[in-house]
Ligand binder design. Structure first.
Ligand SMILES: NC(=O)C1=CN([C@@H]2O[C@H](COP(=O)(O)OP(=O)(O)OC[C@H]3O[C@@H](n4cnc5c(N)ncnc54)[C@H](OP(=O)(O)O)[C@@H]3O)[C@@H](O)[C@H]2O)C=CC1
Ligand SMILES: O=C(O)CCC(=O)C(=O)O
Ligand SMILES: [Mn+2]
Length: 399
């Protein structure tokens, strides 16, 4: 069989721990036998980030601007424990935060639905897509530990030197403080990508913040969404028979649990981070969710929504067998290959992406799956496969 050729590279961002192991297996068994894989490789593994003073992360994001399509493996965001574990020069920032800040845009996360894996929220009949703002807030925050009594203020210095001040807190003892920001242009592009995605997929759009408490910060999100909706989308939504609906975040959470799904839930950055894990695990597993960053300039970065599965990796290091689910990482590759095919007019590559997704879903629906799914499947007598066996079972269907 002749291998599929690629004219333009995909930016390949390798990562850490168990997902790095899966990454290699996916390339070896599911991609390279069928495609002359053309990637520009960036090693975002923590050791290499440390060696390059994190320059490799910035380089990979800039390469995504050049080639437009990237696929990213999950990466460790270091905390104090990782500083010792990896003997790091610095507690490097989240690569995701860095890349998303450079590319801007919205992260769309949707559950991968298969027969035999039912949502544990019994009224959820259709997928819920999370649209997560990818820029700013706590992910681009500045923090301080306040050692003792003193005053903390927010100071804005305009270009003409004029100053505005707001008291944050008069500390009487030690404490903590955080400053975060967003920019209207990014919020507006977040809003437009959500409205466009709702029209493309003919689904209602929900958006929620805490504007009653955060009267300037969150209220600005609400106002920008509303203004853009009224001026640019209201008529189109009416014609398409879909609805834009704003409510408070706590009300949204309650309604989501009672809903039957089938809509897009636009979330601020942090809400989207945590709610996408809730939605994916309630639909079956953290590893059954796709994730793509879509930037206003037309850059696409595909990834899994979950992390590096550290616990499984430590077992793997001890020589124990793991049963780590590679579906989201496989779908990150298929998403990137399909988009590459679409941009390059490469039908074969697009068809391969479809075929690999189908092979993955068929494998599970035939009862062959990793442990996370086997524990919850409604299929009788599932075969529990280890990390590699599952990938090999998919490969058999591609041959
Ligand atoms: N996009 C990214 O790059 C992200 C990176 N991270 C990083 O990942 C590291 C680990 O984070 P952690 O909080 O453990 O989150 P993970 O998402 O990596 O894992 C949490 C738990 O979820 C289950 N799980 C997740 N993915 C899978 C899978 N593919 N197959 C089977 N089970 C799965 C496992 O449960 P069980 O152990 O019960 O089997 C696992 O222990 C951290 O260093 C963090 O910084 C975190 C989130 C996103
Ligand atoms: O970058 C990180 O540390 C976390 C990212 C994350 O949790 C996510 O993308 O959902
Ligand atoms: Mn997350």
């Amino acid at each position: 069989m002749e291998k599929i050729k690629m004219t333009t590279p995909i930016v390949e961002m390798d990562g850490d721990e168990m997902t790095r192991i899966l990454w290699k297996m996916i390339k070896e068994h599911l991609l390279k036998p069928f495609i002359e894989l053309n990637t520009e490789y960036y090693d975002l593994g923590l050791e290499h980030r440390n060696e390059t003073n994190d320059q490799v992360t910035i380089d990979s994001a800039n390469a995504t601007k050049k080639y437009k399509v990237a696929v990213k493996c999950a990466t460790i965001t270091p905390n104090a424990a990782r500083m010792t574990e990896y003997d790091l020069k610095e507690m490097w920032k989240s690569p995701n935060g860095t890349i998303r800040a450079i590319l801007d845009g919205t992260v769309f996360r949707a559950p991968i639905v298969v027969k035999g894996i039912e949502p544990c929220v019994k009224n959820w009949k259709k997928p819920i897509t999370i649209a997560r703002h990818a820029y700013g807030d706590v992910y681009k925050g500045t923090e301080m530990k306040i050692p003792g009594a003193g005053k903390v203020e927010l100071v804005y210095t305009a270009e003409d030197g004029h100053e505005e001040r707001e008291l944050v807190h008069n500390f009487t003892g030690a404490g903590i403080v955080q400053g975060m920001h967003n920019v209207n242009d990014s919020i507006a592009s977040f809003a437009r990508s959500c409205f466009n995605y709702a029209l493309d997929t003919k689904q209602d759009l929900w958006f929620a913040t805490k504007d009653t408490i955060s009267k300037k910060y969150d209220h600005t999100f609400k106002d920008i969404f509303q203004e853009i909706y009224d001026n640019e989308y209201a008529e189109k939504f009416e014609k398409a028979g879909i609805v834009y609906f704003y409510t408070l975040i706590d009300d949204a959470v309650a309604r989501v649990m009672k809903s039957e799904g089938g809509y897009i839930w636009a979330c601020k950055n942090y809400d989207g981070d945590v709610m996408s894990d809730m939605v994916s695990s309630a639909f079956g597993s953290l590893a059954m969710m796709t994730s793509v960053l879509v930037s206003p300039e037309g850059y696409y970065e595909y990834e899994a929504a979950h992390g590096t599965v550290q616990r499984h990796y430590y077992k793997h290091l001890k020589g124990e067998e793991t049963s780590t689910n590679s579906v989201a990482t496989i779908f990150a590759w298929t998403g990137a290959l399909r988009k590459r095919g679409e941009l390059d007019g490469n039908q074969e590559l697009m068809a391969f992406a479809d075929k690999l997704e189908k092979a993955t879903i068929d494998t599970i629906e035939e009862g062959k799956m990793t442990k996370d799914l086997a524990l919850i499947t409604t299929l009788e007598n599932p075969t529990v496969l280890n990390s590699e066996e599952f990938i090999l079972a998919i490969a058999e269907k591609l041959a």
